[in-house]
Design a protein around this ligand. Sequence first.
Ligand code: ACO
Length: 370
Amino acid sequence: MTATKGLEGIVAATSSISSIVDGVLTYRGYDIDDLAANACFEEVAYLLWFGKLPNKAELDQLNKSFSEYAPIPDELIAQIKLYPRDLNTMAALRSAVSALGLYDAQAEDDSQEANENKAVKLQAQLPTIVAAISRIREGKEPIAPKQGVSIAENFLYMLTGEEPSETAVKALDQALVLHADHELNASTFAARVTVATLSDIYSGVTSAIGALKGPLHGGANEAVMKMLNEIGSKENLEAYIQQKLDNREKIMGFGHRVYKNGDPRAKHLQKMSRELGEQNENTELYEMSVRIEELITGQKGLRPNVDFYSASVYTQLGIQRDLFTPIFAISRVSGWTAHILEQLADNRIIRPRAEYTGPTTQKYISIENR
Ligand code: ACO
């Protein structure tokens, strides 16, 4: 038995949800470029869960369910008010989603119908939770979700209480489409491992949020913005990046386990970043990002991943840095729950082996003699 570090190249499951073949990402066979250009996030969530694009009646019904389920229990809001103000937003989201399961009478119902319903509920409620966390830690009251608007619009509205611009809603909606699923990424794998023990869907999503939080995965978008803030302006950029490269430090937002010739999602976010800069008549953040890409790709051959340009996109939408990874979760919960449903439809516990590298043939020594 020999281990492969990081399970690189190991095919650990079959899945018909999304695929990456020769650098092309598809959801249920639809190219991400096609979906990013044409689909709204709600259609994509339906596609991931049910394997086909919804017709008008199906989409209307799903949107009705999202509106119905979007409010979160008062007990959960009361709990969030007890969290420390200087919280880590992903830790808060992880705690809140775990607690959310306590208030769902269906939580332990493991029928397929109940699990599909819980997937819709989680998708509806995560944006409300993230917005509530954001407002409560600022000492403000949470804002109740609106009925009959898209997930992207509702989320931006619940953050500020103001009507978001059409541009902002469109940009966020497209970002949600791009982040919705990604084959057997670390957080999705964590979700599948958890529910494969026949634990519940809330436990699966809580595991996934914990895995997404790390800077090698979803947390990288916040780390990218931290870097851009540290650089501050174009004049400091080259020296800053060179020092990081000389110190052999990782540059967040670059590299990928699967994509070696570029992440197909990055170009859409790059375009969005440029367009938002042009609209705001301030393209500095975009230009800095492009220059960093030139340096990193030039010197290390590494290409930007989904997290790199999403940092400048969200900042230009006026979103605070520590909400970037929770926004990733708002989108990816569609993929996590689709994978949970797929895992449970043909389940076997996920239990690999470890290659033992510790000492052997040890003999117990009594405590007085150690
Ligand atoms: N900056 C500098 N060097 C890098 C980077 C980077 N961002 N990424 C990889 N490398 C280097 C590694 O140091 C390694 O060099 P070495 O062979 O000289 O040791 C080589 O490239 C191969 O990289 P690995 O770390 O083996 O790649 P792995 O597949 O294990 O990790 C990962 C992939 C985690 C994405 C890595 O590229 C990384 O840490 N990137 C920065 C964090 C990041 O952006 N994460 C988000 C990924 S996308 C997502 O999860 C949503």
